[in-house]
Design a protein around this ligand. Structure first.
Ligand code: ATP
Ligand code: MG
Length: 786
C-alpha cells in the first residue's frame, strides 16, 4: 500500500519491511547476528510514530545497555521529528526505576530513594552481617549478596524462599534483615528495582491497567538474555490476553532475539523465554530475517559453521550479498607478550596503511585479565585505547588493593594506601577506630601506620596486628623476587582468599594472578633493548648507565648477554649475565640510582594507570570482553587468546551446556566484524600465575578451511586430544610453590639459549594442571622449535 513509498522503509528488505509494519498482534523476530534486528526495532518505532499509530507516550522499548538506549534515541530523532521525552526507552532497570519514581508512595519508598550499586549493596550486606555477629568466614558477604540477588531475580521475597536446613534458614533471615535495613534507609538495589516494579504491577490493578492501556507498543531487543522476572514483568505490562482481545487495545509486543547469542546464563538469562513467549503471547509465526548486512561472507560462513556445532538451537540461516571479502587471519605467537605486540603492530598497520579508523578497530578477549598485556603494548606504542564497559587493568579495585599493600611495604607512611587496605579484607576495624587513629596521627604529626602503635583498647590491638602483618610481609619479602613478593602479599593479606570466596570472584582472582604476570614481564621485557650510548648524560657528561659498571655491567658487551630495557618512563632494568637472572637491577635514569624492583614496579603501575587512556571524545581503539561486545559492530576485530582453557574458558569446558555457551560467545565475537577478522593465539601464556602451554582452541578447527588463512604454520590439531602431548603443561611453579622460579628473562629467550633449563610438567588438560608440582625435564620439540 502507501507504505511502499515511505522513505522510512526504503532500503529495507521485504522481510524487514514486513517486520517493521507488522500488525498481527505479538510477534517474535528470530534472526541471526547482523540481520538488522535492532535496526528493525528502531525503524518500527519511527514508523509507528510517523503513521500516527502510536504517540510517543504509548511506546515502551527495552534495550540491553544504557548506551544502546541512547543510540536508539539518537537514531529515532534523526528519522522522525518528534519529541522523545515521553517515550520509555531504556534498560529493564532504567524503566523500572522510572516507574517506581512515579509511584514511590504506592510502593512505600521515599520520593528521593537512592539506588545502591553493587559496591554499595555489598557494604549494606556487610553491615547486616556485622549487626548480627555473623562471622564472615562462615558466610562471606559476597555470598549473601549473590544469594539475595538471585532470590530477587527469581521473584522471591524471604517468605518465598524454601528453607531446608539451618544454613538456608540463616540466609533467609539475613535476607529479611537486609530488606528491612534498606527499607529503613530508603535505598533499593538493582534487583529490588525490578522486583518491586513487578510487584507493583502484579498487586495494584489500577496501576497495571494504567500501563497496559498506555503502552500499546512494547519492543524488546536482545530478548534471548532476559531472565525469569523480566519476562514476568513483560507479561504484566503487556496484558496477557492481548492476542485474543484486540478491542481492549492492549500492547502489541515485538521481541527480537537470537538464541545463538544467549550469553548471560550465569546471570539468570533464560533462553527458554523465547519458546514461552511464542506460546504464551500467542505468536502465530515468528518472523525470520536471513540476510546479514554486516559482514563479508568469509566472516559469516565462519560464524555459521562454528555455531552449527551446537546442538541446542532453534535453527536459523544467514547469508550475505556483500561478497566473500578477505579470509580470516589466524596468527599464533610464541607467548602472550608477543601476541600483544603482534596485535598492536597489526592495529597500526590497519590505521596507517589500510586506512581503518581508530574507533572502528576492536580487540575482544574472553577474560578481563587479558587486557593487561594488551594495554601495556598499546601504551608503549602510544595508541590511544578505551576499555568499553570496564576499567583499565590498573584501575580495577582488586588491583588497587593489591598495589596499596605493596606501597605499604615500600613506604609504611603512605596514608592513602593504609586507609585503603587497613580493613580490607575485613578485620573488624571500623570507621570509629579509624577516626580515632586519624586524630592521634594529627596530634603526633605522624603517619597512621606509626600512630597505630599508640592506640588503646581493642581497636589498638587490631590496628597493631595489621601493622604486624605488614612487617611480617616485609620480612618475608627480603631477598625475594618481585614475583614472589607479590605472591606472598596476595596470600598473606587475605586478598586472594577473599576473592576466591566470592561466587563471582573468578574475574578478580584472575586479575590478581595477572598482577603476578605483570610483575614478571616487568622485570625484563622482550624486545626493548636500548643502546646504552643513547642514555641521558649526567652533568659530567657521563652516561647515567655508567653507574651500572660498578654493578658488574659491561657497557660494551653485546646485548644478548645483558638485557637492558626501559621498563617505565625513567627506569631501566638491567640484567647482566654476571648476576643471578632473578636479580634484575633497576636504575632511575635521572639519578642513576638503583631502585628495588618493587619500587620500580610501583612507579610503572602508577604511570600506566594514568597514561594514554583516550580522552573523552577522542577516537580510540576499543578493548572489551566478548560479553560487552554484544550488539556492537566494527570494521576490524581481533579475537585474542584462542586457546583451550582460555576460550573456551576452563570453567565451562567440562559440561555440554557450558561449552555451548562458550561457542555462542565465540559466535558473538566473530559476528562483530564487518570487514576484517583476526584470530590470535599464543603457544605459551602466563595465566593464573603460571606459564601455560595451551593447544589451539577447538573453535579454530570448527571454522571452514576455505575461509581462514594461517599466517603462521598451523600445528597439528590432533594433539589436543592426545593427553600425552602438547595438552597443557606448565613450566613455572605457582609463586607459592617454592623452589626454582623461572623469570621472564628465560621466558623470552629460553627457546634460543636456555631451553634445556626450563622445567615443565607434561600431561593433563588445563584444569588438571593447575595446582601441581613441577618436575624438570626436556622441552618438547614444539616448544623449542619456535
Ligand atoms: P546483532 O544480532 O549483532 O545485534 P542485529 O540483527 O541487531 O545484530 P543490526 O545491528 O540492526 O543487526 O544491523 C547490522 C548492520 O546492518 C547495521 O550496520 C545496519 O545498519 C545494517 N543493516 C541492517 N539492515 C540493512 C539493510 N536493509 N540495508 C543496509 N544495511 C542494513
Ligand atoms: Mg542488535
Amino acid at each position: 500500500g502507501t507504505d511502499q513509498g515511505n522513505p522510512l522503509l526504503q532500503g529495507l528488505n521485504p522481510e524487514q519491511r514486513a517486520a517493521v509494519t507488522f500488525t498481527g498482534g505479538n510477534t517474535l523476530i528470530l534472526a541471526g547476528a547482523g540481520s538488522g534486528k535492532t535496526r528493525v526495532l528502531t525503524t518500527r518505532i519511527a514508523w509507528l510514530l510517523q503513521t500516527g499509530q502510536a504517540s510517543p507516550g504509548g511506546i515502551l522499548a527495552v534495550t540491553f545497555t544504557n548506551k544502546a538506549a541512547k543510540e536508539m534515541v539518537t537514531r529515532l530523532t534523526a528519522m522522525v521529528p518528534v519529541s522523545v521525552r515521553g517515550m520509555w526507552i531504556g534498560t529493564f532497570h532504567g524503566l523500572c526505576n522510572r516507574m517506581l519514581r512515579a509511584h514511590a508512595q504506592t510502593v512505600g519508598l521515599p520520593k528521593q530513594f537512592q539506588i545502591l550499586d553493587m559496591q554499595d549493596q555489598l557494604s549494606a550486606v556487610k553491615r547486616v552481617l556485622k549487626a548480627h555477629n555473623v562471622d564472615s568466614e562462615m558466610l562471606p558477604p559476597k555470598k549473601l549478596q549473590s544469594f539475595i540477588n538471585s532470590c530477587k531475580e527469581e521473584g522471591m521475597r524471604p517468605g518465598d524462599v524454601p528453607v531446608r536446613d539451618a544454613d538456608s534458614r540463616q540466609r533467609v533471615e539475613l535476607y529479611q534483615v537486609y530488606e528491612q535495613q534498606c527499607q529503613k534507609e530508603g535505598v533499593v538495589d538493582f534487583g529490588e528495582l525490578m522486583l518491586r516494579s513487578f510487584e507493583l504491577l502484579r498487586d495494584n490493578a489500577a496501576v497495571r491497567e494504567h500501563y497496559q492501556t498506555r503502552f500499546r507498543h512494547v519492543l524488546v531487543d536482545e530478548f534471548q538474555d532476559t531472565n525469569r522476572l523480566q519476562y514476568q514483568w513483560l507479561k504484566l505490562i503487556a496484558g496477557a490476553g492481548y492476542a485474543r482481545d484486540e478491542q481492549r487495545g492492549l500492547a502489541c509486543v515485538v521481541a527480537v532475539g537470537d538464541d545463538d547469542q544467549s550469553i548471560y546464563a550465569f546471570r539468570g538469562a533464560r533462553v527458554g523465554n523465547m519458546a514461552d513467549f511464542v506460546r504464551e503471547f500467542g505468536v502465530q509465526q515468528p518472523i525470520k530475517l536471513e540476510q546479514n548486512y554486516r559482514s563479508y561472507s568469509h566472516i559469516l560462513d565462519s560464524a555459521n559453521a562454528l555455531i552449527a556445532h551446537n546442538s541446542q538451537r532453534l535453527g536459523k540461516t544467514l547469508h550475505t550479498d556483500q561478497g566473500a571479502g578477505e579470509a580470516l587471519r589466524i596468527h599464533e605467537s610464541v607467548n602472550d607478550l608477543a601476541e600483544a605486540q603482534w596485535i598492536v603492530d597489526e592495529v597500526r598497520q590497519l590505521m596507517q596503511v589500510d586506512g581503518f579508523a581508530r574507533q572502528e578497530i576492536a580487540v575482544l578477549y574472553r577474560s578481563n585479565a587479558q587486557s593487561r598485556s594488551l594495554e601495556s603494548a598499546l601504551i608503549t606504542a602510544k595508541v590511544p585505547y578505551r576499555i568499553y564497559g570496564g576499567l583499565r587493568f590498573f584501575e580495577r579495585a582488586e588491583i588497587k588493593h593489591a598495589l596499596a599493600y605493596l606501597r605499604l611495604l615500600e613506604n609504611a607512611n603512605d596514608d592513602t594506601s593504609f586507609l585503603r587496605v587497613v580493613n580490607f579484607p575485613a578485620r573488624g576495624i571500623g570507621a570509629r577506630s579509624i577516626e580515632g587513629l586519624q586524630d592521634q596521627a594529627k596530634v603526633k604529626g605522624s603517619s597512621l601506620y606509626a600512630a597505630s602503635a599508640t592506640m588503646d583498647g581493642r581497636a589498638g590491638d587490631k590496628l597493631r596486628s595489621f601493622v604486624q602483618l605488614i612487617e611480617q610481609l616485609r620480612q618475608a619479602s627480603m631477598g625475594q623476587t618481585l614475583r614472589d613478593v607479590i605472591g606472598l602479599m596476595l596470600e598473606h593479606s587475605g586478598l586472594l582468599a577473599h576473592y576466591r570466596a566470592e561466587k563471582d570472584g573468578v574475574d578478580r582472582v584472575e586479575n590478581l594472578e595477572e598482577l603476578v604476570n605483570a610483575a614478571e614481564s616487568f622485570v625484563v621485557q622482550e624486545g626493548y633493548a636500548v643502546d646504552v650510548t643513547s642514555l641521558p648524560m649526567d652533568e659530567h657528561g657521563t652516561p647515567v648507565g655508567q653507574g651500572l659498571a660498578s654493578q658488574g655491567v659491561d657497557l660494551n658487551a653485546p646485548w644478548e648477554e645483558q638485557a637492558i630495557v626501559p621498563v617505565a618512563q625513567r627506569t631501566l632494568a638491567v640484567q647482566p649475565a654476571a648476576l643471578d637472572p632473578n636479580q634484575s637491577l633497576f636504575v632511575d635514569v635521572d639519578t642513576g640510582e638503583t631502585l628495588t624492583p618493587l619500587a620500580a614496579f610501583l612507579t610503572h603501575a602508577a604511570l600506566e594507570a594514568g597514561d594514554n587512556q583516550a580522552q573523552a571524545g577522542q577516537e580510540a581503539i576499543q578493548l572489551m570482553t566478548v560479553h560487552a561486545s554484544k550488539g556492537l559492530e566494527f570494521d576490524a576485530v581481533f579475537i585474542a587468546g584462542l586457546e583451550e582453557g582460555l576460550f573456551p574458558h576452563y570453567n565451562s569446558m567440562s559440561d555440554q551446556d557450558g561449552l555451548e555457551e562458550e561457542r555462542r560467545l565465540m559466535y558473538v565475537a566473530i559476528t562483530r566484524a564487518r570487514k576484517r577478522l583476526y584470530l590470535s593465539l599464543a603457544q605459551e601464556r602466563m595465566l593464573n600465575g603460571q606459564t601455560q602451554y595451551n593447544v589451539a582452541s577447538r573453535f579454530l578447527d570448527e571454522l571452514p578451511e576455505e575461509s581462514v588463512r594461517w599466517l603462521t604454520p598451523k600445528r597439528n590439531p590432533a594433539s589436543r586430544n592426545a593427553g600425552e602431548s602438547f595438552g597443557g603443561f606448565s613450566s613455572t611453579g605457582g609463586w607459592n610453590s617454592g623452589g626454582r622460579q623461572s623469570s621472564t628473562y628465560e621466558r623470552s629467550s629460553y627457546s634460543a639459549r636456555q631451553a634445556e633449563d626450563v622445567p615443565y610438567r607434561e600431561g593433563g588438560r588445563y584444569g588438571a594442571s593447575k595446582q601441581v608440582a613441577y618436575g624438570s625435564g626436556p622441552v618438547p620439540p614444539q616448544a623449542s622449535d619456535g
